[in-house]
Design a binder for this molecule. Structure first.
Ligand SMILES: [Zn+2]
Length: 470
């Protein structure tokens, strides 16, 4: 574990900056835009879409830029759930760097949207479409940047592997998992860059660049109460719905204990410098040992901070009864938990059983949990992220983060590939539209993110030559 001071930004001198840029081609915004548009307009939803088509379109782009067929792999478990793996060969001095982006998208009902979700539209400085932020921006940027590096004739000291994958948002054949099971050699790498991070701006001012190093574990439990039922004209006190309702009411009043890890502690410590007043004080209060209880109480009121402080479990679905005029024989509920990395899902189940405090209720995991341990704050990765953040956006803090949702990072982390969610794609705090209506990304933010990822990949993959230039 690094001490917080260890990876504070080291500012590069302007002369060093110009060295970094020597020999670089310019980005080709038109090509990048065309690739992004093409990728967006191929429907890759689970219901009607096809990621194989998107994978093929991106392979064609790379082929046209000089990638050999042998360095392009398309494969998947079904005809419409294809994944693309492309390799830009390096000298092999170091193990590869993996760039991961999923190319499937969440469903979008055109009638809910102000624009056609499957048409690439530029309006008032934003690109609108399903997938514009999650996750086709990164996918298009990675393709365009690999093309740029290919044109430069760059020979990195490690292979750069791009994986564009299916079924991150849903579906039975998660692309990363499928690749790990069937073609692990293709994506074996020292580290991976993935979604899950990103920049945050407040009223247009860039504040911080988040690097996701861990994520909470998704685990749903099914609660079930059985009852002999009967005629509703002769009710009894033992009622399946009442049992379930009491248990869920107990849950609504319960909070799991606060449990900070190294990453969330640094997150609050650094975020406190970017906030003011009570919020800044409370962020420092929760990282005290023991955490200050008034600070915990106030931060727990805010769902985003509460989710970082502790494991959460919430009722998301209920189903009970079989007729209006009958006593219910079965009542079920789904309680969805987001478990902190390092906490044991079996232990969470035991705690829930205590909270429900009702022997009539069975509590069963819906699917096995997939825990993943955090990636370390490795200076070989965090160092370049901090340097390039300072080159492009001086004064913007780099902050490690834990996703409260799940990403494909967990499969890679569990396969021994440390994974960092980082994009340099900035959006306004509170303007989160991924999975929702009118998803969008700022036009400038998109091209700045492209430059960030270009420089980051180049520095991580050509570190030896960059060092010589210094
Ligand atoms: Zn995503």
């Amino acid at each position: 574990m690094n001490t917080p001071g260890r990876f504070f930004p080291s500012i590069l001198l302007i002369s060093q900056l110009s060295f970094l840029q020597t020999g670089f081609t310019q980005a080709d915004p038109k090509l990048t835009r065309d690739i992004f548009k093409e990728l967006i307009e191929i429907n890759t939803t689970h219901s009607a879409g096809n990621t194989t088509k998107a994978a093929e379109a991106m392979a064609a782009r790379l082929r046209a830029a000089g990638f050999a067929d042998k360095d392009l792999f398309i494969g998947g478990p079904t005809e419409k759930e294809g994944n693309l793996v492309a390799i830009l060969h390096g000298s092999g001095k170091r193990k590869p760097l993996l760039l991961l982006a999923h190319i499937d998208v969440v469903e979008a009902l055109p009638s809910d949207w102000s624009t056609d979700p499957f048409k690439f539209e530029e309006i008032d400085g934003y690109y609108y479409a399903r997938g514009s932020s999650d996750d086709k921006a990164m996918a298009a940027i990675f393709v365009a940047n690999l093309i740029r590096m290919k044109k430069e004739g760059a020979v990195p000291d490690r292979d750069i592997i791009l994986a564009l994958t299916a079924d991150e948002e849903g579906g039975d054949f998660n692309g990363v998992s499928w690749l790990l099971q069937n073609h692990k050699d293709l994506i074996q790498a020292d580290y991976a860059l993935n979604e899950g991070g990103g920049g945050m701006a407040k009223e247009g001012k860039k504040i911080l660049n988040r690097v996701q190093i861990s994520e909470k574990v998704f685990q749903s439990f099914q609660l079930e109460v059985k009852n002999r039922g009967g005629h509703s004209s002769q009710p009894r006190k033992d009622n399946a719905i009442y049992h379930l309702a009491h248990a869920l009411d107990n849950l609504s009043k319960f909070d799991f204990p606060v449990n900070l890890n190294d990453g969330t502690r640094i997150y609050f410590q650094r975020s406190s410098k970017l906030e003011t007043g009570q919020l800044a004080e409370d962020m420092l209060g929760v990282i005290q040992s023991p955490p200050r209880s008034d600070a915990v109480a106030r931060l727990s009121e805010m769902p985003n901070y509460n989710a970082l402080l502790r494991t959460t479990c919430v009722a998301t679905m209920v189903n009970a009864g079989h007729a209006e005029n009958a006593l219910p024989q079965t009542a079920t509920a789904i309680v969805n938990c987001r478990i902190l990395p390092g906490e044991d899902p079996d232990r969470i189940r035991e705690l829930l059983i205590n909270v429900f405090a009702d022997k009539e209720i069975s509590v069963t995991p819906v699917k096995p949990a997939k825990p993943s341990s955090p990636s370390s704050l490795n200076p070989d990765v965090i160092g370049p992220i901090e340097r390039i953040t300072q080159q492009l956006w001086p004064g913007v803090a780099v902050i490690p983060s834990m996703s409260t949702g799940a990403t494909d990072g967990l499969y890679l982390r569990n396969a021994g590939i440390p994974t960092y969610g980082v994009s340099g794609l900035f959006s306004e705090a509170g303007d989160v539209r991924a999975h929702g209506k009118d998803e969008r990304i700022g036009v400038n933010a998109f091209y700045e993110g492209q430059e960030f990822l270009y420089r980051l990949v180049k520095e991580m993959a050509m570190k030896t030559s960059v060092k010589r230039d210094y």
